[in-house]
Design a protein around this ligand. Structure first.
Ligand code: ZN
Length: 358
C-alpha cells in the first residue's frame, strides 16, 4: 500500500504509540506493523491516513508504587473535569522507564525493514517523506526521564533525542506541569527551578527542541525569557475556546507568534470542547474551530497538528490515524486551499525544526 497523493503528507507533533505498544496485558497486545483496532496508530493506518511521521514520545507512566492511576483520577461533572494531582516520579524509576522506551523505539526502527526511521535532522525527515518512510523524532515527555541532572541530556542527545517536554502534568526536578482541570487557568504554581533554567541552556546549546505543552504558565514565561529558540507547544489548543489548564492563553499565543514558533493542534476531546466534556461524539468541526482560532492569532505559518494519538480519547469521526483524510476534508470545506494545507500538514513543522536543530 502506498500513500495517497490528493493531499500532503502529515507530520505530527505528538503520539504516545511507543508506550501504548509496550503496555501488554491490558488488551493492547499489538504490533506496529499490522493493522489493529486497538489504539490509533500503526503502519497500515498511517499509510491510509497519509501520516508521514512525527514526535514519538517516551512518557514514563505513573509509578505503580506511587498509588496514582489515571483511571481513578479523572472526575467529570456538569461543569467540566478535575484530575487528582499526579505525584512526582522517583528519578531512578523515570530514568529506567525512559531507557526502556528509548530502546523500544529503536527496536521498532530495527524491525521496520526501512519503513520507520528515527530522524536527527530535517534533511532526514524530508528523505522519509519522499520515500514513504515514517520519520520518528525521539521525544521525551517529562525531563524526569533524564534523572535529576541536566547534564545527562547530552548522552540521550547522542542516542538521537531531539525534543524534550520539560514536564508531563506533574512536578519534577526542573519544572511544574499543569494538573488537568477545566475550567481553570494554566497559572497553577511556581516556574522553573534552577536546574530547569540550566536545562534550557543545555537544550539551546545542543539544539534540542523544548516542548511547552503540559508546562504551567510561570514555567512557560521562564522558558520564553531564557530560550533563544522558537517557542513550541507540540500538542495544545486555544484556552479561549476550551478553558483547560492544558491549553494556551492569548498572551501565550502572542509570545509563540513573536518567537516564530508553532502550536500543534491536539485532537483529544478533553482539550477541544467549550463545555469540558469527555465525549467521543465531539465533531471534527471543533478541531477545525481551534485551527481557525490559532491561525487567526499566530498566522498560517505557525500552526500544525499534534494529534495525541495513542494517548487520549479521539473524536469518533476521526477515530485514528486512518481518519486524517476526514480532517483534511473538513479543513478544505472551511476554505483552506492546497498551499495552506501543505503548511499545516508539515511545512510549518519542518521550518521550526530547521530553526531549532543545529
Ligand atoms: Zn501529553
Amino acid at each position: 500500500m502506498t500513500y495517497r497523493t490528493d493531499y500532503p503528507r502529515i507530520f505530527d507533533g505528538h503520539n504516545d504509540t511507543v508506550l501504548n505498544l509496550s503496555m501488554k496485558g491490558r488488551g493492547r497486545n499489538r504490533t506496529f506493523f499490522e493493522r489493529s483496532d486497538i489504539g490509533h496508530l500503526d503502519l497500515p493506518r498511517a499509510r491510509e491516513g497519509n501520516f508521514g511521521g512525527g514526535f514519538f514520545a517516551c512518557f514514563a507512566p505513573p509509578d505503580p508504587k506511587g498509588g496514582w492511576t489515571e483511571d481513578d483520577a479523572l472526575v467529570q461533572s456538569e461543569g467540566g473535569y478535575v484530575v487528582t494531582d499526579s505525584p512526582a516520579l522517583r528519578p531512578e524509576y523515570a530514568l529506567m522507564s525512559a531507557e526502556r522506551l528509548t530502546d523500544k523505539l529503536f527496536e521498532l526502527e530495527a524491525e521496520s525493514e526501512g519503513t520507520l526511521k528515527v530522524v536527527r535532522s530535517v534533511g532526514e525527515i524530508e528523505g522519509c517523506l519522499a520515500n514513504e518512510t515514517i520519520a520518528a523524532i525521539l521525544h521525551f515527555e517529562g525531563a524526569e526521564n533524564l534523572g535529576d541532572e541536566p547534564g545527562s541530556l547530552e548522552g540521550f542527545y547522542r542516542r538521537g533525542l531531539r525534543s524534550l517536554g520539560f514536564v508531563w502534568s506533574r512536578p519534577n526536578a526542573y519544572a511544574n506541569g499543569v494538573p488537568f482541570r477545566f475550567p481553570a487557568s494554566p497559572d497553577t504554581g511556581a516556574g522553573l527551578t534552577e536546574k530547569g533554567r540550566e536545562l534550557v541552556r543545555e537544550c539551546n546549546r545542543l539544539g534540542v527542541l523544548i516542548d511547552l505543552s503540559h508546562l504551567n504558565e510561570r514555567g512557560f514565561w521562564d522558558v520564553a525569557r531564557l530560550s533563544d529558540a522558537p517557542l513550541v507547544a507540540t500538542h495544545s489548543n486555544a484556552h479561549a475556546l476550551c478553558p483547560s489548564t492544558r491549553n494556551l492563553t492569548d498572551e501565550q499565543l502572542a509570545a509563540i507568534r513573536d518567537s516564530d514558533g508553532i502550536v500543534g493542534v491536539n485532537f483529544a476531546v478533553g482539550f477541544l470542547r467549550k463545555d469540558g466534556a469527555y465525549r467521543k461524539d465531539t465533531p471534527l468541526s471543533v478541531v477545525v474551530d481551534h485551527v481557525d482560532y490559532l491561525v487567526e492569532k499566530l498566522g498560517i505559518e505557525r500552526v500544525g497538528f499534534g494529534s495525541d494519538f495513542d494517548g487520549a480519547m479521539m473524536p469518533i469521526e476521526l477515530r485514528d490515524a486512518s481518519g486524517l483524510p476526514r480532517l483534511m476534508d473538513a479543513l478544505r470545506e472551511r476554505g483552506y486551499g492546497d498551499a495552506e494545507l501543505g503548511k499545516l500538514a508539515h511545512e510549518n513543522w519542518l521550518r521550526v525544526l530547521r530553526e531549532t536543530w543545529k
